[in-house]
Design a protein around this ligand. Structure first.
Ligand SMILES: C[S@@+](CC[C@H](N)C(=O)[O-])C[C@H]1O[C@@H](n2cnc3c(N)ncnc32)[C@H](O)[C@@H]1O
Length: 277
């Protein structure tokens, strides 16, 4: 789908406070699976506010985040600098690779961003950008089919009611930038990658956080961080929407805390052979 630069308008500052983190063991699992040893280069594509770029940078000698939304890049740079990390940041879409961020890379990651791209084309370009033996990792949350942990004692986030509220404000169709969200494709990333030079990938799951609790402001930020309910879509009614979300949530939880179960972290791993053809 063609990139709409307004997709995440106003969302960048809500992303980190609003989105559930990936699995705590993600770094250790990626290091083991891909043989990472603190050398080589990382490219994190569709890095948003540098979620994976910052977390994974210590596993490499150099890390680069690539992202088309300038406000997301500002957030990524801010967090990296606060942690004393000197990372590279490139404003581009994945389809502008390889020129936008020349290789070679030991690992190229996409955190909940591969589905935004022209997947077959981008996967082939990623293949060329990887060093021999390098790894592509498609990372995201997976709740469907995963064992749901026991409720730690807070009400779950009332997503059905919150999404109904979004529809009250924005209409029945899911919005995206200046248009609407295309119907989600039915294919899996595995089915895309098997058609590329990578061949069949391997999918692993890293245990998610079983007892993540979020307060009302964090749940609201979560909605503002999503493309279908990003702040720009509400125009001058954005404060009314925020007030209604806060009221709805306060009515569900006496202490204002909610249990968030994003699922385990799914990692689809595809390796370029050491002797590449
Ligand atoms: C759901 S966010 C993921 C952010 C971060 N990678 C993470 O793991 O949380 C998706 C990001 O992909 C970016 N994006 C959208 N289309 C893209 C494209 N064609 N190429 C690269 N990034 C894109 C969006 O701007 C957004 O920041």
């Amino acid at each position: 789908m063609a990139y709409d630069p307004t997709s995440y308008g106003g969302a960048a500052r809500h992303y980190r406070p609003g989105r559930p983190p990936y699995a705590p063991d993600l770094e250790a699992v990626l290091a083991r699976e891909a043989g990472l040893d603190g050398t080589g280069r990382l490219l994190d594509v569709g890095c948003g506010p540098g979620i994976l770029t910052v977390r994974l940078a210590p596993l490499f000698s150099e890390a680069v985040g690539l992202e088309p939304d300038p406000d997301m890049l500002v957030e990524g740079r801010r967090v990296a600098e606060a942690k004393g990390l000197d990372l590279g940041w490139v404003r581009a879409v994945a389809e502008e690779l390889p020129e936008a961020a020349p290789g070679p890379y030991r690992m190229i990651t996409f955190g909940q961003s591969f589905y935004w791209t022209d997947q077959l084309v981008v996967a082939e370009r990623v293949y060329d950008l990887l060093e021999p033996g390098g790894t592509l990792a498609l990372i995201g949350h997976a709740a469907d089919g995963r064992t749901r942990p026991p409720n730690p004692g807070s009400p779950p986030i009332p997503h059905d009611e919150l999404e109904a509220l979004v529809r009250n404000y924005l209409g029945p169709e899911r919005r995206l930038g200046q248009g609407t969200t295309p119907a989600p494709g039915t294919h899996r990333f595995e089915d895309v990658l098997v058609r590329t030079r990578f061949g069949a990938p391997r999918t692993i799951f890293v245990p998610g956080i079983p007892d993540l609790r979020r307060d009302i402001e964090s749940v609201l930020s979560g909605y503002f961080s999503l493309s279908f309910s990003a702040p720009h879509l509400f125009g001058d009614r954005v404060d009314d929407f925020a007030r209604e979300v806060r009221e709805l949530l306060a009515g569900h939880s006496p202490d204002g805390l909610f249990w968030d179960w994003p699922g385990d972290t799914q990692v689809v791993l595809a390796r370029k052979p050491s002797k590449a053809h």
